[in-house]
Write a protein of this length. Structure first.
Ligand SMILES: [Zn+2]
Length: 294
C-alpha cells in the first residue's frame, strides 16, 4: 500500500493508493473514473444533484482558454510561484489548486515547474466532474479530485502553496489546508478586465471593484496586476468568453443579441494576483462531517 497525498473525506484518515483509486483504514473506497479523476464528493454534499459547471460551460471555457488569450495570467502565475518556491528553497512543493476548473492554469503551472526542474505534488480540486474530466486530458501529472472547496480531502497544513483562481474561497478551509508560512495566491479580475466586452453590453460600462480581502490567520504580502489588450475573433469564441462571465446571466436579451452579432471583439484584459502568507499552523480542527466531530 502506498500512502497518498489525500485523506478520506468520510473519516479523515490517510488514503492509500490502490490501482484503481483510494482506500482508507476504515475501508472507505474512492474509485478513480476511467477519465482519470476521483470523485470525493459524498452523497450528503450533492443532495442528488450534479454540482458545478456543466459540460457545455466547461467546454466553452476550455475552448476559449486554449486560444491562449489568457496566457498572460498563466505565465505571471507560473513566474510568481516559481520565484517564491526558489526564494523559500522548496524543491519538492505540495501545491493545491482550489477551484481548478478545467485545469488550464494548474496544468500550465505543472509544465512550468517541470521545465524549472521543480518536482513535488500537485492536487487540483473542483466541484464539477465535467471540469475534472477535461482537466485530466491536460495532464496526468496532477491528482485531480471532485470535491467541495469548503471540505477538501487534504490533511491539515498539507499545502505549501494554495491557488484560488476566479473561484469561490473559504477562509476557514484555506486556513486549514495551508501550512504555517505557506503562500496563498488568489486571482481576481482587475478593474479594467473585459472592459471592451462591457462596452458592447452596457450603455454605461463600469470598472470592476478592486478586491482586497483581509483573511483571518493570513497576512497580505502584495499584489501583482497585469493587463493587455486582446482581439477575440469569431462569434463562437466571443460567445465562449461571454459564457465564462457573470454578465452572461445578467445581460438583457438585447445586449446579448448585440454581442452575438460581433465577429471580432477588442477588449482589455486585466488580472489581479493577491498574495497572502499563512501566519500559523492550523489547529486540530477536522473538516465538518468527519469522525470525531459528530
Ligand atoms: Zn475513511
Amino acid at each position: 500500500m502506498v500512502k497518498s497525498e489525500l485523506i478520506c473525506p468520510i473519516c479523515g484518515r490517510e488514503l492509500e493508493t490502490l490501482p484503481g483509486g483510494f482506500r482508507c483504514k476504515n475501508r472507505h473506497t474512492f474509485d478513480r473514473a476511467a477519465k482519470g479523476y476521483t470523485n470525493f464528493l459524498l452523497p450528503s454534499q450533492t443532495k442528488g444533484k450534479i454540482p458545478g459547471d456543466n459540460k457545455q460551460m466547461v467546454d466553452a471555457r476550455r475552448d476559449f482558454l486554449d486560444l491562449g488569450l489568457y496566457r498572460l495570467l498563466s505565465d505571471t502565475l507560473n513566474r510568481e510561484a516559481i520565484r517564491w518556491l526558489r526564494a523559500e528553497g522548496i524543491a519538492s512543493p505540495r501545491i493545491l489548486d482550489a477551484g481548478c476548473g478545467e485545469g488550464y492554469y494548474t496544468a500550465g503551472l505543472r509544465a512550468a515547474l517541470d521545465e524549472a526542474g521543480i518536482g513535488g505534488s500537485m492536487v487540483g480540486m473542483d466541484i464539477s466532474k465535467f471540469a475534472l474530466a477535461a482537466a485530466c486530458r491536460r495532464t496526468r501529472g496532477v491528482e485531480w479530485g471532485v470535491a467541495s472547496l469548503f471540505e477538501m480531502p487534504v490533511e491539515n497544513g498539507w499545502a505549501d502553496l494554495l491557488l484560488n483562481i476566479f473561484a469561490p474561497y473559504s477562509e476557514e478551509e484555506f486556513g486549514r489546508v495551508l501550512r504555517k508560512n505557506g503562500l496563498l495566491i488568489m486571482v481576481f479580475p482587475g478593474p479594467r478586465h473585459l472592459y471592451g466586452l462591457k462596452e458592447i453590453l452596457y450603455e454605461v460600462p463600469y470598472e470592476n471593484d478592486v478586491k482586497h480581502y483581509q483573511l483571518k490567520d493570513f497576512t497580505f504580502t502584495g499584489r501583482v496586476t497585469v493587463g493587455d489588450t486582446v482581439t477575440v475573433t469569431g462569434a463562437q469564441n466571443i460567445q465562449n468568453l461571454f459564457s465564462m462571465t457573470p454578465y452572461y446571466w445578467k445581460s438583457s436579451p438585447e445586449a446579448s443579441a448585440r454581442l452575438a452579432r460581433q465577429e471580432s471583439l477588442v477588449t482589455e484584459i486585466q488580472f489581479d494576483l493577491l498574495f497572502y502568507r499563512k501566519e500559523k499552523n492550523p489547529g486540530k480542527r477536522k473538516m465538518p462531517g468527519r469522525e470525531g466531530k459528530k
